[in-house]
Ligand binder design. Structure first.
Ligand code: NCD
Length: 307
């Protein structure tokens, strides 16, 4: 795999390999001696973080993952305003220019669906899609799946409740694409009708004979859930400002009472109001654990791409 554009590029074998590698990365990282060795692993290789949209975790987690592997990192963190794109340069010209500095990896976040695929067609460095508009966010799906796997030891035969702004959110799309590769999963999509998941995902599920249902009644879906994957209103894509519009579908202490004791609650973050903070201490909520898992799975992914 040279470029990472969509979560459907990861198959069962590759996922297992990456999960194993992430565990090894974690163990090596925790021991001072082996951490030192880890930092020699890709010394001198360059990673560019080019972000045309805001980010906290994705950018800093790639930055940190690369540095823990000994790589050099250079970032354009506000590329829409501060790069030559503001002067009208095309994405492919920017990517071709950046390639002249001989990076090994370019991590790209861009507001346009298909931007990562477009960049990949003009890049000899590996392009990693860190979010292309409302399209996909494959490495978020990787860390989400890794978190599910760490809890259940499998990615199959799960009831997965996915909710929030499913129309505009890219993480839910990538997560569903990835988990639809596994047998026996059932998806319940919870969203207001104007924010329902797009048809292409439903068609894909039908083709794979993966069962799903759609509802706006949250509490019913929760009682048989194994995994709850919650997302925020994508205010920037809806033209709202976060202070005037908040989510109507909220996971709170009352919802947690409905949820089985073995179930887990995931969220890609940032959270706005759709998960109330008073459930953060419930051991079934793993959204901050996901952030840590993201570091080690991205180290594993970079190592896989570079080796
Ligand atoms: C997500 C994104 O950018 O799509 N954030 C992230 O990378 N963890 C989710 C979101 O912004 O809602």
């Amino acid at each position: 795999m040279k470029h990472v554009v969509s979560s459907d590029q990861f198959n069962h074998d590759l996922l297992e390999e990456l999960f194993r590698s992430a565990e090894n990365m974690f163990r090596s990282f925790m021991r001072p001696k082996s951490r030192h060795k880890l930092m020699e692993r890709h010394r001198g290789q360059l990673l560019f973080n080019i972000f045309y949209e805001p980010s906290t975790r994705t950018r800093l987690s790639f930055d940190t993952a690369a540095q823990y592997l000994g790589m050099l990192v250079s970032s354009a963190e506000n590329a829409s305003d501060s790069s030559s794109s503001a002067k009208g340069e095309s994405l492919s010209d920017s990517i071709m220019a950046l390639n002249q500095y001989h990076p090994s990896v370019i991590v790209l976040r861009h507001p346009k669906v298909g931007a990562a695929a477009e960049a990949a067609s003009s890049s000899s460095a590996s392009i990693i899609n860190a979010g292309d508009g409302s399209g996909e966010h494959p490495t978020q799906a990787l860390l989400d799946a890794y978190t599910v796997y760490k809890k259940f030891g499998r990615l199959s035969n799960l009831h997965i409740v996915v909710g929030g702004d499913l129309k505009n959110g890219r993480t839910a799309r990538s997560f569903v694409k990835l988990l639809s590769q596994y047998e026996g999963n059932h998806f319940t999509f919870v969203a207001e009708s104007k924010l329902a998941i797009k048809k292409d995902i439903l068609t894909m599920l039908q083709k794979k004979k993966i069962t799903y249902s759609q509802t706006s009644a949250l509490s019913k879906a929760l009682s048989s859930a194994d995994v709850v994957y919650w997302t925020r209103l994508q205010v920037e894509r809806l033209g709202y400002t976060s202070s005037t519009q908040t989510s109507k579908l909220i996971i709170d202490a009352k919802s947690m009472k409905k949820l089985p004791s073995h179930a887990i609650v995931l969220h890609p973050l940032p959270r706005i109001n759709e998960i109330s903070t008073d459930i953060d201490s419930d051991s079934r909520t793993l959204y901050f654990k996901q952030v840590e898992n993201g570091l080690f799975i991205r180290m594993a992914l970079l190592d896989y791409i570079l080796s």
